[in-house]
Design a protein around this ligand. Structure first.
Ligand SMILES: Nc1ncnc2c1ncn2[C@@H]1O[C@H](COP(=O)(O)OP(=O)(O)O)[C@@H](O)[C@H]1O
Ligand SMILES: [Mg+2]
Length: 368
């Protein structure tokens, strides 16, 4: 546990109860400082400072130095003229509860996680048709990232796919699946996610798996968005397995992707449906590429697939040998020198080369 906790310098006991509840929701501890002396000690290093009307007045009286991440928080409606004190103490935000609860949960979770990073990248893997090989490819990319020593988060966005954990042979692994996930406030702390999910490890790297289940609901779009952004913030390779049917949850992932790949089997019908999908992605402003999956029954070359789908090829791969057997035995691991791993590597390189996205999270608070 971090010893450098966010602090609350708050006299209002009911407000403090609210803050402690919100901190718990954010998966973080909150240190109450009882007086200005204690506040002064923690002022330079606390990742987040929460003040109520009394706290802010005391800090102004003590002429605390300016610092970032000071938030004045009061029950609605805010006392008159409070904004003046908030400005004097250099607060970044003046928020009222309960309206700004989601914002505050987010700010607390950020403080618990340390400085946010946009180093993570999000890949959406789609198939040109059912059975194209999207789930297999998404899994191969996550496993290849793990093999390289990168942290990865594999997100199953298919409500009827039977659970991507089955593909990995991890269906009995401990940890939560989508129906168990209850994400409120549009935000989940990455630390909480990692504690909850089935995880594979290799050295210091980990692959966390958020799978569907055999029954129950598919993921709601807000939850998909929250999970994807949690992975991005903590610098992971987030791989989203997108179902053939593009519902709101699928779009929540696709819209957040840095790169989308369409796995297109090298046959004419897949090219036709791949083209439809490519047009949908283009209309949405998604950066998309094709991964051609051979062999081609009619002799289509990768270039033919590219021309037919109307999207540049990222890579083309031959069939992975003995795949079905390994899938059935629950021991799926793409061969290190096989076509899946090579295509996954190329995809990871292309993903890493994408420019970082700015964090789309928008707070509900207003600046003081
Ligand atoms: N790279 C591959 N090489 C050989 N066969 C594959 C490959 N990818 C998928 N398959 C075959 O296609 C089937 C469906 O793959 P899957 O990834 O579940 O498709 P999707 O998710 O696009 O519906 C697999 O069970 C396997 O038989
Ligand atoms: Mg699938």
């Amino acid at each position: 546990m971090s010893t450098n906790l966010p602090i609350a310098f708050v006299a209002d006991e009911r407000l403090l109860d609210d803050l402690l509840r919100l901190a718990a929701a954010a998966g973080c501890d909150l240190e109450r400082v009882p007086d200005a002396t204690a506040a002064r000690r923690r002022w330079p290093t606390a990742p987040l400072v929460l003040l109520d009307a009394t706290g802010v007045a005391e800090c102004v009286g003590e002429s605390f130095p300016r610092r970032d991440s000071v938030v004045v928080v009061v029950p609605d409606p805010e006392p008159q003229e409070l904004w003046k004190l908030a400005m004097e103490v250099g607060a970044e935000h003046l928020i009222t509860l309960p309206g700004a609860e989601p914002w505050l949960v987010s700010a607390l979770a950020d403080a618990a996680e340390g400085p946010p990073s946009n180093a993570g990248k999000v890949l959406a893997v789609l198939g040109a048709r059912g059975g194209a090989g999207a789930s297999v490819f998404a899994t191969a990319v996550s496993l290849t990232a793990l093999g390289k020593g990168d942290n990865s988060l594999l997100v199953d966005c298919d409500p009827r796919g039977g659970g991507i954990d089955v593909l990995l042979g991890d269906e009995h692994a401990d940890g939560l699946r989508w129906p168990d996930m209850h994400i409120s406030a549009g935000r989940v702390a990455a630390s909480a996610l990692h504690m909850a999910l089935p995880t594979r490890r290799k050295g210091n790297a980990r692959l966390a798996l958020l799978s569907g289940a055999r029954e129950g609901e598919g993921p709601p779009p807000d939850a998909v968005a929250a999970v994807v952004e949690a992975g991005r913030r903590t610098g992971e390779v987030v791989v989203c397995d997108i179902p053939r049917e593009l519902g709101m949850a699928a779009w929540a992932a696709i819209d957040r992707s840095d790169l989308a790949v369409i796995v297109v089997p090298a046959d004419v019908r897949s090219c036709v449906t791949g083209k439809q999908l490519a047009l949908e992605l283009r209309a949405r402003g998604v950066h998309a590429r094709v991964v051609v999956r051979g062999p081609s029954p009619g002799g289509l070359r990768p270039q033919d697939v590219q021309d037919a789908v109307g999207l540049p090829i990222l890579t083309a791969m031959d069939a992975e040998r003995r795949l079905d057997k390994s899938l059935d035995l629950g021991v799926f691991a793409p061969r290190a020198k096989g076509p899946l791993t090579a295509a996954a590597r190329e995809t990871l390189v292309a993903l890493a080369a994408r420019p970082p996205k700015t964090h789309p999270y928008q707070g509900a608070a207003r600046a003081a």
